[in-house]
Design a protein around this ligand. Structure first.
Ligand code: ASP
Length: 443
């Protein structure tokens, strides 16, 4: 069985088992003794342990992988003096896709009116304590590290990117010693990629454990109550992922969007089950390089940057939520309000890391800007977990689309790999496992 099939099966099985446990515990069909045992030993026991270890091992790879592969990438780029061009192109595309996402969300919210008839919820006891949000000035200053070790210990992606770019540039300008260091980092990069490959073997088990636990504990009451909001966000996410991305990819690069979506599926499942684009970086990077054929010198920069500053799915939630609250509270924020939402949501995504639930903090910034009550966030909290999972999958799909577009325009995309249909056969280990393309590509 190919890797994609195994991961997709694990996802389905995890959801089914989780929903089943959820139902059993709600209906008390098995008696409280058995349900209690399932909760303690399986859901909160085995599944929780396996899921957490899996996320921990994914996170473990993030910093070494980003640092080493970006040093290699920056080194290759500097030789052709393309760092600046690449950075500008990528950042512009990320901002553009985010602005498009939020505009689409505002339109969908206005069209389907999810907040209509929800006035009753306003009086509820929902509360939300917004954490203090950083100012734009701090966000900009914070991109530049004072201490590389501290940046790595904190997993501060933008600071690691700045350090790695600088180091890669210096390596490429250092003559013979630089060449020795470059060759060391290239070897190290292969080894770390192999470590990611080892991890992928356990992916189906990890995905199963995470999803079974999550769905076993997911409250469905809130989803029923906020059904319309939930559906509008979901529909917009799908429309953006399948429609807007396909259009952009076709328009800017002429590549086949169906191929991209198909090949990105395992990474999307990772994002879905971890709800963290940051923890998914190793898988996104491996998939974008090995399956889409994006050269390391582009992917090593675009993927970690995207996981941090490009959150289209999150922007969509913020757009729909803002319209939802405006309708619910009966406050008209006007055209200038909407423009403010687009601007704030786009900028907010730059300064926040891709971890679970961060979208709500960004939403607080947006609501504050347009003068809507923050308490509203408490109301949508109940449905946010599931939406977080879906939007994280959209977030990383956006990163891969932009990576492919930029790589194509830089002549750094292998169309042969992109169009290769045999990527998922068991024979090459799904193109991502230890026995797969890593070995092949590493000789
Ligand atoms: N969980 C999302 C991510 O990591 C961010 C969010 O929407 O809360 O990309």
């Amino acid at each position: 069985m190919g890797l994609t099939t195994r991961i997709l099966l694990a996802m389905l099985l995890g959801i089914v088992v989780g929903v089943l446990f959820n139902f059993l515990s709600a209906s008390q069909l098995l008696g409280s003794g058995v349900t209690g045992a399932i909760d303690i030993y399986l859901v909160d026991g085995l599944f929780d342990i396996a899921g957490r270890i899996f996320i921990a091992s994914l996170k473990l790879m993030v910093v070494p992988l980003v640092l080493v592969s970006l040093i290699c990438g920056a080194c290759a780029l500097s030789e052709g003096s393309r760092v600046g061009v690449l950075a500008v192109k990528t950042t512009m595309l990320y901002l553009l896709t985010t602005a498009a996402a939020i505009t689409l969300a505002l339109l969908m919210g206005t069209l389907f009116q999810p907040g209509e008839g929800m006035e009753g919820l306003v009086a509820g006891e929902a509360t939300y304590e917004a954490p203090p949000s950083p100012s734009l000035k701090d966000v900009v200053i914070n991109i530049f590290p004072t201490n590389p070790v501290e940046a790595m210990a904190a997993g501060n992606m933008l600071q690691i990117i700045v350090f790695a770019l600088l180091m890669g540039y210096a390596v490429s300008r250092s003559g013979e010693p630089g060449r020795r260091i470059a060759s060391f980092f290239n070897d190290l990069n292969d080894v770390i990629m192999r470590m990611v490959g080892v991890l992928m073997v356990f992916a189906p088990y990890g995905v199963f454990a995470l999803l079974a636990k999550l769905f076993a504990q997911l409250g469905v009451d809130a989803i029923v109550q906020l059904g319309k909001y939930f559906l509008v966000v979901l529909a917009t996410l799908l429309l953006h992922a399948l429609g807007v991305y396909s259009l952009l990819l076709k328009l800017f690069s002429g590549l086949n969007p169906v191929e991209l979506i198909k090949k990105m599926r395992p990474a999307m499942v990772f994002a879905f089950s971890t709800a963290s684009s940051a923890a998914t970086i190793p898988v996104t990077l491996a998939t974008v390089e090995k399956r889409l054929g994006v050269d390391n010198k582009v992917a090593a920069f675009t993927v970690p940057l995207g996981a941090t500053i490009n959150m289209d799915g999150t922007a969509i939630m913020q757009g729909v939520a803002t319209v939802f609250f405006a309708q619910m509270y009966g406050i008209d924020i006007g055209l200038s309000g909407y423009l403010m939402v687009i601007l704030t949501a786009t900028l907010a995504s730059v300064g926040t890391a891709g971890v679970p639930g961060v979208g709500l903090i960004m939403l607080a910034m947006v609501l504050q800007q347009v003068g809507l009550p923050l308490e509203g966030i408490g109301i949508i909290l109940g449905v946010d977990r599931l939406l977080d999972m879906v939007r994280t999958a959209v977030n990383i799909t956006g990163d891969s689309v932009v990576s492919a577009i930029v790589a194509k325009s830089e002549g750094a995309l292998s169309e042969e790999t992109f169009n290769d249909r045999n990527y998922d056969s068991a024979a090459n280990g799904g193109g991502m496992t230890v026995s797969g393309q890593y070995r092949a590509s590493n000789g």
